[in-house]
Design a protein around this ligand. Structure first.
Ligand code: CTP
Length: 389
């Protein structure tokens, strides 16, 4: 994929150097255009070295007999301007072409043009900037909203450059085919915590990585995604439509119940605790007994419930974390819980790892092995599920 990165002279420009690096790490081809003012803040040599790419600054530079703005605008699949100053946005909104960046913006006629406004909050909230941003949206620019927080000038408010990971995820979303367009996907992820007292709980080693990868990939493939997650240390996946944080199996069950009816695909990836203390002590338990017996009772089985209450057009996918007889136990769970697909894996290998090897088991006993990073496995899994719709 060919990415053209336009850089204007926001003070967040130093973050755009890291964006150039991240674009390269994705294996995408990169070219950079800087405005003249941007070169006063950071040398083009920095972008050229970090991005291992050509950097253009001058409309009238003769490059291999090229007219730069027409050639690079033809070459690029995605044109992303980050940071985009109020001035650059204003020029693009009104069709000015007074430097190489704005001239290229005028010449770029493909769908994937992205702009990351970054500036002081008063400039951002100025009516004219608001108007210009609305205008460029009508011209087809996809705007990644700035974040709120501390700004370089000391002000606090909206205008901060967003995380580069968020920008990269946006580029992935817009460049992916959308086989799940119009579909609603519900994903459960992570472990649950069953309280013993206010400071202790029963849980398991699930990291949540597989469920988060599925939610992220479902979004990339065009679905509207609801993620219901137990406690994890992970950054919530960007752009997922709704994320509900829960702690216990009972809470997860209740939230799934509220939402599952309106979804087309339900993917129960959470490692839900099977048992919870019958009563959670109101105060911290003291170490006054030699032996402590905590009585547990079964938690509601969420997959079992949705499997037996699903509508004909709903697809229910369960996971089976096994430590032995992975395929046999997985198939038994598919039948018992009335799922359409079971993703069975070896819990000892999968938990906490960035990679996974899973067996996709279907009702007719057909079994497919998927292997790779959890993101790769998630994407392939979702594509296989699409074929059941
Ligand atoms: N599951 C669930 N609610 C529970 C327990 C499990 O929804 N209370 C779901 C999990 O999200 C997963 C599937 O059931 O999709 C299988 O989970 P797993 O822990 O492998 O199986 P269990 O049903 O708990 O059976 P066992 O522990 O006996 O293997």
């Amino acid at each position: 994929m060919n990415i053209l990165l336009g850089v204007s002279s926001g003070i967040a420009i130093y973050k755009a150097v890291d964006l150039a690096s991240k674009i390269r790490k994705e294996g995408w081809n990169l070219k950079v255009i800087m405005t003249e003012n941007a070169t006063k803040l950071i040398s083009p040599v920095v972008f050229s070295s970090v991005g291992n790419c050509e950097v253009y600054t001058d409309t009238y530079e003769i490059e291999k007999g090229w007219i730069i703005h027409t050639e690079v605008s033809k070459w690029a699949d995605i044109f992303v301007i980050a940071p985009a100053t109020a001035n650059t946005i204003a020029k693009i909104a009104h069709g000015f072409a007074d430097n190489l960046l704005t001239t290229t913006a005028l010449a770029f006629n493909k769908e994937n043009k992205v702009i990351v406004p970054t500036m002081n909050t008063r400039m951002y909230e100025n009516e004219i900037t608001t108007e210009n941003i609305e205008k460029i949206k009508t011209l087809g620019w996809k705007v990644i909203e700035p974040e709120a927080g501390h700004l370089a000038c000391g002000d606090v408010g909206k205008g901060r450059y967003p995380e580069n990971e968020k920008i990269i995820e946006f580029l992935k979303i817009i460049s992916e085919d959308k086989p799940l367009s119009g579909k609603k996907v519900l994903v459960t992820a992570g472990p649950t915590r069953e309280a013993i007292d206010p400071v202790r709980y029963i849980s398991n080693h699930s990291s949540g990585k597989m469920g988060y990868a599925i939610a992220k990939m479902a979004k990339r493939l065009g679905a509207e995604v609801c993620l219901i997650t137990g406690p994890t240390c992970l950054q919530y996946p960007y752009y997922v439509d709704s994320i509900v944080y829960v702690e216990s199996a009972k809470e997860m069950f209740d939230v799934v119940l509220e939402n599952y009816n309106k979804c087309d695909i339900l993917i129960m990836c959470a490692a839900v605790a099977d048992y919870a203390p019958i009563e959670s002590a109101k105060e911290k338990l003291k170490k006054t007994h030699e032996r402590l017996i905590i009585e547990l009772s079964k938690t509601p089985d969420i997959l079992d419930y949705v499997g037996h209450n699903k509508k004909d057009n709903q697809i229910v996918v369960g996971f089976a974390a096994e430590t032995q007889n992975v395929i046999e136990n997985g198939y038994e769970k598919l039948i018992r819980k009335n799922a359409d697909v079971i993703v069975a894996n070896d819990a000892k290998i999968a938990m906490g790892s960035d990679n996974n090897q899973v067996y996709l088991i279907f009702k007719d006993k057909a079994t497919v092995v998927l292997e790779g990073s959890k993101e790769e496995v998630a994407k392939e899994l979702l594509k296989r599920i699409c074929s059941l719709l």
